[in-house]
Write a protein that binds this ligand. Structure first.
Ligand code: EPS
Length: 381
């Protein structure tokens, strides 16, 4: 079973993850992992922190001579900013009031975390609830994407909305190039410009912005997941993983939201046969009956605006109960472009998990063989 745990505070020494159940024999393309980390950092709308960090992955276990060996893979990313926070984030140093947070941000984990873990300083909560953690999850997902590539699965993700600005996505062959040409990772050039203007408007107003991202997995075999138990449904598993991303408040599979308002004949994807079973449309986002159906898997994640606003929101001082304005020190204005990279990684992890569950194996060699045998079998149906 593929699984991972991660740890690390936003301004602590490092972020770390142990990935367990990863098959042996995968050649690690470190450049690809670092490319994804760089992209996650570089979308338009980020704050000052990204000028300090230079996220790169370090392998601490489970890899020898560039190849996974079957044992747990431990990876780490250093927080460069730790040097500026040593006094505040030290595990054993002298207690300091420096950097103490006492006015919780509405929409953040601040207040409930402070109550739940009985802390005096909200910093103890915000350090771990911070979306900085998505850096290590991006690295885990990038590893999984390398594994999926071995069985012909490819992923792409992009931004479809920032605030009220919506993109008109047309599927060009060179979509990846169009995504990377856009500072907000949106393949619609016009919308991309409007999104940048919207982020600037938010910046001037001391505001923050949310939005929507889409991720697509191509080349996924039919039959992943199962209708036989509720918790084996692939749509349930994908939604679980994706909802676990900070600030994501809704997940859509295919045209899940829109289909609720249509007649059945407008919502379903009619079937034809052309060497394999195909659909005229893909409104279901590649999933029917809790199983992949062989079409592209299409998911969207909806992100709320970041709760750290320069202009602040009404809050309360937790030491005096006096009215006040929520805490602000430094923040991103919009992290939706970053989310597109994180969603791609989380989708890769969930798909790798489900692939290994069906074709489970200890080695990449076996895994690839079993998937290709299954593809041969499908041709006989
Ligand atoms: C975050 C607050 C900001 C973000 C951070 C997430 O950090 P800081 O308080 O240091 O300015 O930049 O995200 C990252 C550091 C990252 O790498 O994504 C928060 O409160 O969630």
């Amino acid at each position: 079973m593929l699984r991972f745990l991660d740890a690390g505070e936003s301004h602590g020494k490092l972020l770390v993850a142990i990935v367990d159940g990863f098959p042996s024999g995968l050649k690690i393309d470190v450049d690809f992992v670092n490319r994804q980390l760089l992209l996650r950092q570089s979308g338009y709308g980020r704050g000052g922190r990204q000028k300090i960090e230079k996220d790169t992955v370090e392998f601490l276990s489970g890899v020898r001579f560039g190849e996974t060996i079957g044992s747990p893979v431990t990876i780490a990313i250093k927080n460069m900013d730790f040097d500026n926070w040593k006094n505040i984030m030290t595990p054993f140093g002298k207690h300091t009031q420096e950097g103490k947070v006492i006015r919780p941000r509405p929409g953040h984990a601040d207040l409930t975390g402070y109550l739940k873990y009985d802390r005096e300083d909200i910093r103890d909560v915000l350090e771990r609830s911070s979306a900085r953690e998505t850096a290590i999850r991006t690295a885990v997902g990038a590893l999984c994407e390398l594994l999926l590539k071995e069985v012909g699965v490819s992923l792409v993700s992009f931004v479809v909305a920032i605030g009220k600005i919506k993109a008109n996505i047309e599927f060009y062959d060179d979509i990846e190039k169009k995504i990377l040409n856009s500072p907000v990772f949106c393949p619609d050039e016009k919308a991309s410009d409007l999104m940048i203007a919207k982020i600037e408007e938010a910046k001037r107003g001391g505001e923050s912005l949310g939005g929507v991202v889409e991720a697509i997995a191509k080349g996924v075999v039919p039959g992943l997941g199962s209708y036989t138990q509720w918790d084996r449904r692939i749509d349930a598993q994908l939604a679980f993983g994706l909802m676990g991303i900070q600030a994501v408040k809704a997940i859509e599979i295919g045209e899940g939201f829109g289909n609720a308002f249509k007649f059945g004949s407008e919502a379903h994807d009619e079937i034809y046969y052309d060497n394999s079973y195909k659909r005229y449309t893909n409104r279901a986002g590649g999933i029917e009956g809790g199983m992949s159906n062989g079409e592209d898997i299409v998911v969207k994640a909806y992100m709320k605006p970041i709760p750290t606003l320069k202009k602040g929101l009404k809050s309360v001082n937790v030491e005096t109960h006096e009215k006040g304005i929520s805490h602000f020190e430094r923040s991103d204005i919009c992290a939706v472009p970053a989310l597109s990279i994180v969603v791609r990684s989380v989708l890769a992890f969930e798909l790798a998990y489900i692939y290994l569950e069906k074709f489970g194996s200890d080695t990449v060699k076996e895994f690839v063989k079993r998937v290709s045998e299954y593809k041969e079998y499908l041709k006989t149906k």
